[in-house]
Design a protein around this ligand. Sequence first.
Ligand code: IPE
Ligand code: IPE
Ligand code: MG
Length: 240
Amino acid sequence: MKISDLDLSRIPTHIAAVMDGNGRWAESRKLPRTEGHTAGEQSLMDVLEGADDLGVKWFTVFAFSTENWARPSEEVKFLLNFNEKILLERRDELNERNVRIRFIGRRNRQVPRRLIRRMEETENLTKGNTGLTFTIAFNYGGRAEIVDAVKRIIDEGMSAERINEKTISRHLYDPTIPDPDLVIRTSGEYRVSNFLLWEIAYSELIFSETLWPDFRREDLFTAVKEYQDRDRRYGGVSET
Ligand code: IPE
Ligand code: IPE
Ligand code: MG
């Protein structure tokens, strides 16, 4: 699939991706699981560039879930270091490409202070950029996000009768992010795994059999093509 095969007037504004299958990619090559995470960096950079070329304005990835702490401590340690390494190595080039980098997730004491500092530095470095907004969900859980939103609403002393859907939306980790139009999950797993629960109420979901380390921009374009063939009705009836 190429960009010229797509309807450029109907590019999704926000694409979110669950980058899954790194471990299986490595295991199938008799490599340690961590090699799959390393290989996934190429996919991420390629897909990000493809999204930017398409004119996608918001791109969000699931990098580490609130459940991923349950993995073997060696893998958790690797993922923490790896995410910091990618940030340090890639943020200048993304900054030059006018990409604004943001993070969503719990920035609590489970996350090493140094990594939190890197996140803050990166957000500050890129905050003035006007190109694609690249959001990294780190120590993120959709249920945790809703719980954290509810806590803040209560802390603000809001009365129950004033609370509506907009109230919840305004208290999410980054209320400026529009809901995803398209969510892609790789590796042939047909589940959401606690990603953006509130935000995906009306997103189009596309599942790819490709393992994340093999996923490239052409696969993104294929998903966008499928998205363009869908009929988004939002509970209504289609306009024909
Ligand atoms: C996704 O790949 C990366 C993270 C969850 C950090 P996995 O590590 O989940 O790979 P599989 O699903 O075990 O193959
Ligand atoms: C979701 O993938 C989390 C990330 C991609 C970061 P998982 O591999 O952790 O999800 P499950 O365990 O298959 O549901
Ligand atoms: Mg997985």
